[in-house]
Write a protein that binds this ligand. Structure first.
Ligand code: WT7
Length: 656
């Protein structure tokens, strides 16, 4: 069960129109309604977004210009004043939603908590005051390195409330990765926990923070805030480290939201690219608030009775937009789960759905493939009848997995939204609207209203239907990233120059290959650059290579992806050794461990292949294409005439 191929998607002709009962009650009720919205947005994008911004959000002060586009730099709702924590919390308190569950949390060991809108508001305000007392001000960056506990969402919203951009670092990243990110963002405070639960073990988060900050390695940090979660013994550095619950004691729950300029930075979130260190993707307040809000509302068709659950981690953009900001801005009930399916409880997801009556469930293809492998008896032995809508995100979903999801989890009654987007796009870009757009297994279907998506060649020309090309976006949208933190030139280079601008028109290059079929449906094929997608997590080949060569035994390393049934892709590393080092099983293990400690478990190579030399061109470029062929056991295909030394290839073949 591998990634979809061009052949397989061309054969995929099944069509699933929305159920008429579903459509009748949906926000967007028919293909004609979608088409109408789409055409209106295309004809006058500024009017379209301005109307939504006015109707869907609260502004302290209205903008004077909807869009200021000086490619590739964009501003939306210029001079508007807004606060996303106000839109996520305060405005619901004057309605019946005051006592509605905002956040339902389930811990891995089985503990749980529910916070109503009014309770969540109180916690956020109190914690915002704690941050202020530590001297945090508007514009200060704050690191968040936490398990999936309510305090993670509270911390994000509190940062947003005082106008301090957060930078959430996934709790699975290593101390080294954390250090790099905190340094790049020049964070002032880090918020963490003593530990977090992950597959029946404790992840020692505070210990990792200590390691990251050792020898004053992040000089900008003044304070560390620690939530007590797992109760194991940790070191607390006097003056620097504080328990969250200690500082919170007796603090006022009155904290007015900072009126933010629409274009003030809301957060920076690091993601991998094909070159260099991870980039800090910058999102700003007004546009992001609107885009995450309206995509959540229409794509998940939020109704007031829904119990919505997205299984992502808040360390990724999916957690930002579709666990925290999008659902709360809409006044929805959002579920947060600390655990993951594990040997001791492979059915835990289905237990959560049954326990809370989850109606909307949003997860990743890699998880679905793992569920298939674990067996139908787990979901079948739970009551999943509350579900009415399913979603997937993170990588292309193969039609077999889509069909299984639809049948076994959705009971053939739930539409599936296969949502294509990226950290950079802030929110979902290509997706079915579940009451309106007929689905095809494996296709993300059509662009969201206001999104001018296309499949192009490298000159920016639209390619004919059913021919492969590069996924591109033609017009700015409110949720798009504004820049790479501290490096606007990198922003320009990475996203706006692969397709050269013509006549002053800029095209956003997404880094994905795609094709559009005769119905205008998009089929996303996966990355076309040196970015891997391992279990829905994005990983730069160069990052893993840098981690490998930082080990004394390694002279050179080249990393490629190999198709994997469960993970989508697996990391394979080709390594040459320094002078006296000998290839061995032992060394292979050690190198894998080294990568984990440099980056995190998501980057652990599945395989290390030792070799005397890497295949290079005469100009010294590693020919990764050949390595990809070798890694997946295929015949080496395409041109090899530029190889400097053909015997290298022969040796690698023999070695395999
Ligand atoms: C890359 C972005 C933003 C969601 C989580 C991942 C791949 C994402 C799909 C989909 C095919 C998808 C793309 C994209 N991707 N969703 N529905 N179908 N591919 O965010 O870490 O920024 O990664 O994930 O390759 O470029 P991310």
């Amino acid at each position: 069960m591998s990634q979809p191929t061009i052949e397989s998607i061309l054969q995929e002709k099944r069509l699933f129109p929305p159920d008429s009962d579903f459509s009748q009650n949906a926000h967007i009720k028919s293909l004609a309604d979608y088409q109408g919205l789409y055409d209106r947005a295309k004809a006058d994008p500024q009017q379209f977004w301005a109307e939504l911004a006015e109707n869907e959000l609260h502004w302290f002060q209205k903008w004077d210009t909807v869009l200021d586009w000086q490619p590739p730099f964009v501003k939306w709702f210029v001079n508007g004043k807004i606060n996303i924590s106000y839109n996520c919390l305060d405005r619901h308190l004057t309605t019946w939603r005051k006592n509605k569950a905002a956040l339902i949390w389930e811990g891995e060991p089985g503990d749980s908590r529910t916070l109503t809108y009014s309770q969540l508001h109180r916690e956020v305000c109190q914690f915002a005051n704690v941050l202020k007392q530590l001297g945090a001000k508007k514009g200060d960056r704050i690191g968040i390195y936490m398990p999936m506990i309510p305090e993670a969402a509270i911390a994000m919203l509190a940062c947003a409330r005082i106008g301090a951009p957060h930078s959430v670092v996934f709790g699975g990243f290593s101390a080294e990765a954390l250090r790099d990110r905190l340094n790049d963002a020049e964070a002032k405070i880090v918020i963490t926990a003593d530990g977090g639960w992950r597959k029946d073990a404790i992840v020692p988060l505070k210990e990792q923070v200590d390691k990251a900050l050792e020898n004053n390695a992040v000089p900008s940090i003044t304070d560390v805030l620690v939530v007590k979660r797992t109760n194991q013994t940790i070191q607390m550095a006097a003056g620097r480290d504080h328990w969250w619950h200690d500082l919170q004691k007796g603090v006022s729950a009155d904290c007015s939201p900072e009126p933010m300029d629409s274009e003030d930075m809301l957060f920076v979130l690091y993601t991998s690219g094909s070159t260099g260190k991870p980039k800090g993707v910058v999102h700003t307040t007004g546009g992001y608030n609107l885009y995450s809000h309206i995509t959540t509302k229409w794509i998940f068709d939020l109704q007031d009775t829904d119990v919505y659950w997205c299984t992502a981690d808040v360390g990724w953009i999916t957690g930002h937009s579709y666990i925290v900001y999008g659902p709360l801005s809409n006044g929805a009930t959002t579920v947060m789960y600390e655990g993951a399916p594990r040997a001791s409880n492979p059915g835990c997801f289905w237990d959560v759905i049954a326990k809370y009556g989850v109606t909307i469930f949003y997860t990743a293809p890699t998880a679905i493939r793992a569920f298939i492998k674990m067996g139908e008896h787990h979901p079948k032995s739970r009551n999943l009848s509350s579900l009415r809508l399913l979603g997937t995100v993170g990588e292309p979903i193969n039609p077999e997995a889509w069909m299984w999801y639809q049948k076994v989890i959705g009971g053939e009654r739930c539409p599936i939204v296969d949502t294509w987007w990226q950290t950079e796009t802030g929110g979902i870009m290509i997706t079915p609207l579940p009451g309106a757009i007929p689905t095809k297994p494996g296709s993300a279907t059509l662009p969201f209203p206001g999104i001018i998506a296309d499949v192009v060649d490298l000159e920016g020309n639209t390619v004919p239907d059913n021919e492969g090309g590069y996924l591109a976006i033609r017009h700015p949208w409110p949720g798009m990233m504004r820049t790479v933190y501290g490096d606007p030139e990198r922003f320009r280079r990475t996203y706006w120059e692969h397709i050269p601008p013509t006549d002053g028109k800029y095209t956003y290059f997404a880094g994905d290959g795609a094709r559009k079929d005769e119905d205008g449906y998009f089929w996303v094929m996966g990355r076309v650059d040196d970015v891997l997608n391992v279990s829905g997590h994005r990983l730069g080949t160069m990052e893993v290579e840098s981690a490998l060569v930082s080990h004394p035994a390694v002279a050179e390393a080249a990393v490629v992806g190999k198709p994997d049934e469960l993970k989508g892709e697996e990391v394979v590393a080709f390594v040459t050794l320094e002078g006296t080092y000998q290839a061995s099983e032992e060394l292979s293990k050690e190198l894998k461990k080294h990568v984990v400690s440099e980056i995190g478990a998501i980057a652990r190579p599945g395989e290390i292949r030792f070799t005397d030399a890497l295949p290079k061109t005469r100009s010294g470029k590693i020919m990764r294409r050949l390595l990809r062929n070798l890694a997946s056991g295929q015949e080496v295909s395409g041109d090899t005439s530029t190889l400097e030394d053909r015997s290298v290839l022969d040796k690698l073949r023999e070695g395999a």
